[in-house]
Design a protein around this ligand. Sequence first.
Ligand code: MLT
Length: 240
Amino acid sequence: MNPNIDVYTTTLSLNEDEVRGKTVVVIDVLRATSTIITAMHNNAKSLIATEDMGEASKIAQNLDPSRCLLCGERDGRQIEGFDLGNSPLEYTEEVVKDKTLILTTTNGTKAISRSSYANRVLIASFLNAKAVSEEIKSSGDEVILVCAGWKGRLSLEDVLCAGYIINLVYGGSLPEDAKDGAQVAAALYNRFADNILEVVSSSNHAKRLLGMGYSDDIGYCCSLDIVNIVPEVVEGVIRI
Ligand code: MLT
């Protein structure tokens, strides 16, 4: 039986009571969850996502510096003194293999931290949407697709990806009692299914990233199903 799926188009209503007992799937297409999926696919040992820069530095100080990388951005730009920013293209196997990564980002890692009371927390983007859809089909839990958005506002690319996952799970026809969030995301996906790169490129955050020279990230983050893993947060650490 397919799971009951809701979509939170922003993180504003995300709290302990909302997520308890459910499977939460965090989506931040541009770029945090695309980065996490890429890093784990390229054999990073594990990844710790934190919403706080100071906390990230503190965690790194307690780890062997030769085996960890301090990573993150604010407003899209690499944080000064950190080893890596948040471009998924930086997270090559050569750079991340066997390393523990500590990542803090403007919205994505916040959404992950705020989901911590869920039964399971999975990491999704266009890169692994099919693998995520298979995983949640076999889960008995209610599912919430959480769109990380931008500073409390909706991000088109995240809702579009939620719609794609819903389409994969339900095979194109929503159940009669589908939640409003699921209906909106599915309708958005149905409208733009053939033009994903074009519509994502027109989004507010893509324009911000283009202005900073990250055009290659946008194309990469719109690659559908090139990765067959589903990173999961277990006791505060992301592994596959
Ligand atoms: C975020 O967490 O807000 C994003 O991933 C920002 C970015 O593009 O680096």
